[in-house]
Design a binder for this molecule. Structure first.
Ligand SMILES: Cc1cc2nc3c(=O)[nH]c(=O)nc-3n(C[C@H](O)[C@H](O)[C@H](O)COP(=O)(O)OP(=O)(O)OC[C@H]3O[C@@H](n4cnc5c(N)ncnc54)[C@H](O)[C@@H]3O)c2cc1C
Length: 264
């Protein structure tokens, strides 16, 4: 079985963000693999490791500019078998539908090597944070989607997830092939060890253009985008902040603060 895991290259959340024409200004030196995608990679690796040797292969895909290759390289360091980077200047400015179209075409490209049983995504990309991509990708691939999985098990061609909602715990199943988005509760991502880091250096990354995966340039990118960013502005500095130096009566100050505002 082939397991595809999607990993997004996102700006470092600690860095100062700015916008150009309504889009995030991205620089080469401050990007990283979306942290929540570490859970997706871990879920794929655990599933592979639960199967007999040689029965599963894990592919990591990213869609993004030249720097985005760092995301799949990180996935290689974590232990995935294959890395695919879809990179084409015509993708710039794509919205979720365009991104999903490209990812779906890349999954179909992988299917030429053999069937893909499972596509695993993170629960959200920490820059866009829409959580729309998993649904859009499942729709493009015309497969079932199991979203926000806190657990994932696969047996007899069926994927089973548990989804923890504020007022309910759901157990949902779908026949493979299916797409599963996993939450940060799903597992504890592993750290790349030295051996894997060294091994990853010699593993190839397959770079694909839109032409390679048969996507029409007119169907992606800013011109094809169904959504438009009307305005983007930096977060204003916080005002009315009160700083209390604790000289032993900090607790009293805190209690007074809450009482005065009717919060206690
Ligand atoms: C080259 C490029 C240019 C873009 N330009 C613009 C732009 O100009 N304006 C704009 O508003 N948006 C732009 N985007 C952002 C794009 O719209 C989002 O990537 C897309 O909508 C997904 O939404 P999200 O980031 O909220 O992901 P979510 O839906 O929150 O992500 C959920 C999961 O989907 C997967 N995923 C998401 N994106 C990718 C990806 N690119 N590669 C692999 N896996 C992924 C990850 O596993 C992630 O955890 C661009 C994206 C790319 C790749």
């Amino acid at each position: 079985m082939r397991i595809v895991v999607t990993v997004k290259f996102v700006p470092d959340l600690q860095s100062q963000r700015s916008f150009t024409d309504g889009t995030v200004t991205r620089t080469a030196d401050d990007g990283t693999m979306n942290e929540l995608d570490e859970n997706a990679v871990e879920a794929a690796l655990q599933l592979k490791e639960s199967l007999p040797e040689g029965e599963a292969e894990v592919y990591a895909i990213t869609v993004g500019g030249p720097d985005a290759v760092a995301a799949v390289r990180k996935a290689l360091q974590l232990g995935v078998d294959h890395a695919v980077h879809v990179c084409d200047e015509a993708i710039a400015g794509s919205d979720v539908f365009g991104t999903a179209r490209v990812l779906a075409a890349a999954v179909r490209q992988i299917e030429k090597d053999g069937p893909v049983g499972l596509v695993i995504t993170g629960m959200a990309a920490l820059d866009g944070l829409t959580s729309m991509l998993p649904t859009a990708l499942a729709a493009q691939l015309d497969i079932a989607q199991l979203t926000l999985a806190s657990t994932l098990a696969v047996a007899d061609g069926v994927a089973t997830i548990e989804r923890h909602l504020p007022d309910a715990h759901e157990t949902v199943t779908a026949k493979l092939p299916a797409l599963v988005s996993v939450t940060d509760e799903a597992n504890k991502p592993r750290y790349p060890n030295f051996k894997l880091i060294m091994a990853a250096r010699s593993k190839p990354v397959t770079t694909l253009s839109l032409a390679d995966i048969g996507v029409d340039r007119a169907q992606v990118g800013a011109m094809a985008s169904r959504t438009t960013v009307i305005e983007a502005s930096p977060q204003p500095p916080r005002e009315n902040r009160l700083k209390v130096t604790d000289t032993g009566d900090g607790g009293t100050h805190l209690a007074q603060f809450l009482i005065e505002r009717g919060l206690a």
